[in-house]
Structures are given as structure tokens and as C-alpha cells.
Design a binder for this molecule. Sequence first.
Ligand SMILES: [Zn+2]
Length: 124
Amino acid sequence: MKIAFAKVNRSPGDFRYDKGELDFFGKLSRIDAHQVRLEGTIEGEVEWECDRCGASFSEPLHHPLALRLSDRPLPVGADLDTVEFLDGIIDIPALMESEIASIRSEYHYCPRCEGDGSEIDLEF
Ligand SMILES: [Zn+2]
């Protein structure tokens, strides 16, 4: 699912993308000639591998996100919540993939290990 920058208006428009167990939905609105705001949520059931015992387990995910999208190269030091789409096309599946990848890079503990006196909090 791809959306052209040129088609995003100042009044927020809905988008929704489903992939397997995951659902990414929200609104896109124009900030200025080269920037678009995305406010959305990724929801669904995700399979994790426990970082302590290695067991696979699935858990519901509810991940709100707010991003600024730009079709121009970002200046050095631009804020980290800005994503470039230099071809002027907003690639919703790619955004979801990169969010999921960054969530995966955090620590996850299965329900058994989580109740094991772990001091690391899961953030969902
Ligand atoms: Zn475990």
C-alpha cells in the first residue's frame, strides 16, 4: 500500500493496511509542501522469542506511533521521528516493517520468565 505525498491533504485522511495478524491504521495529514504527519497504531498478534529461555510465544501488540514524513533529504540532526520518502511515495508496509523490526530489537520475555522477578519492564 503506497500513498503519494501529493495526495495528502491538510485535513486528515484515513489509511489502513492489514498484513497477516497485523493491522496498521491511522491518519495522514499535510504539514507543509514537503512534510506529512502520520498518526497511527499497529495492532495485532505478534510472535516473539523469549530472550531468557528461547521459547516462542505470541502476545497482542498495541503500538501507537506518530511520525513526520518528508520527501526531501533531512538536514543533519533532524529529529529521529522523521522518515524520508525521497521518491514522494509513502510506503506504508515498509513503515510497518521497520517499526516491527525496532520493537523486535527490544527485550521480550515469555509470560513464564516475565513473572520470574525480572527487573526489565515490557513496554507495549
Ligand atoms: Zn522465557
